[in-house]
Design a protein. Structure first.
Length: 338
């Protein structure tokens, strides 16, 4: 039989039709708890640093307790508190975690996300006892040391050519009027009208008008005049930052929060003052306005504080001193008697 001359066709395998088709893969729904955290931060309008801290605390709790916010019990909060203590966290850190949860649950109820007839799981939780904080203000002798360093001839001869000490004197003068470090860093030239600083508060408030005393006005104006003389990147245009970095890598850029902290810390090291930071100047301002009898309502406005409780942190030292002086005066003794 002669061989076939028909071509060999390729074999094609066709899939069977019918039967159960594979279902498309379903994406997991987003965690509702994390959405509620972000909504809490958005609606309460916390400052950026506060938002980061609150988010971290709430996310850590959500990772530890695998329950919806509505199902969390006081027992869960108590166990979490014991877990934090087991990790040997300080009382301040534990209280920050608990206060964050308290704030979150209060918001959850206000936003109709938690039943009004059901107690909050944080209601029965007490905070850790903390030692009373020492006064954080800077005393007169320390202030004198700081300004002595800023005025030293040997220092200014070396550093004023670059404007660093001129700038630093202006910064300390501004911080001495109760501004937070972040608020001082965020100032622009246009926020100064030669008498009053318009401070855009970092705590979600609007704008405070803070008048500077005569000495502070002089220091700030001298710094701006120095910048005018330098020109170029240092020219004090209205929209430019008030305080500029002057190291070679960042010259002409805004002096940031960390840079301002570093400058004050170095100043404290030269002056021999341990633990000097920008916030201590804020405490000193709070002490000063209270000592001079400024109405607390005005003091809170100048410092950008809403809460009486928070304002009392800055004035506690004054009241203690005044109480001691009042007692000694009542018994006919002077405070400087041995």
């Amino acid at each position: 039989m002669p061989p076939s001359t028909d071509p060999v066709l390729p074999i094609v395998i066709l899939p069977l039709t019918g039967g159960k088709q594979p279902e498309p893969r379903q994406l997991e729904p987003p965690d509702l708890r994390h959405w509620q955290i972000e909504e809490f931060l958005r609606q309460t309008g916390k400052a950026d640093n506060t938002q980061r801290a609150y988010r971290g605390q709430l996310v850590r709790f959500a990772a530890w307790c695998d329950k919806s916010w509505l199902d969390v019990t006081p027992s869960d909060i108590g166990k979490y508190r014991r877990e934090l203590k087991r990790k040997r966290l300080k009382a301040t850190s534990i209280n920050h975690a608990l206060n964050t949860l308290k704030s979150f649950y209060q918001w959850l109820r206000r936003s109709n996300g938690y039943p009004t007839n059901k107690p909050l799981p944080t209601d029965a939780i007490d905070l850790e006892r903390q030692p009373e904080p020492e006064a954080a203000h800077i005393d007169e002798d320390e202030l004198a040391q700081i300004w002595q360093v800023l005025q030293l001839e040997e220092k200014t001869a070396i550093r004023d050519a670059s404007g660093t000490r001129v700038r630093d004197r202006a910064i300390i003068a501004v911080l001495s009027h109760g501004l937070r470090a972040s608020e001082a860093s965020a100032l622009n030239v246009e926020h100064w009208n030669s008498k009053i600083l318009k401070v855009h508060r970092s705590k979600g408030q609007n704008v405070s008008e803070v008048p500077l005393n005569r000495e502070a006005r002089q220091y700030l104006n001298v710094y701006l005049e120095w910048r005018q003389q330098q020109g170029d990147m240092f020219e004090p245009l209205p929209e430019s930052p008030m305080f500029l970095a002057q190291d070679p890598k960042s010259a002409g850029k805004r002096l940031g929060y960390k840079g301002l902290h570093r400058m004050v810390k170095q100043l404290g090291a030269i002056a021999g003052i341990e633990g000097l930071n920008p916030h201590r100047f804020r405490h000193t301002f709070g002490t000063e306005v209270t000592r001079r009898g400024v109405d607390p309502l005005f003091g809170k406005e100048l410092m950008g504080i809403k809460s009486d409780r928070v304002f009392q942190r800055y004035t506690k030292g004054v009241f203690k001193q005044a109480a001691a002086e009042a007692y000694l005066q009542a018994i006919g003794e002077e405070t400087d008697e041995s």
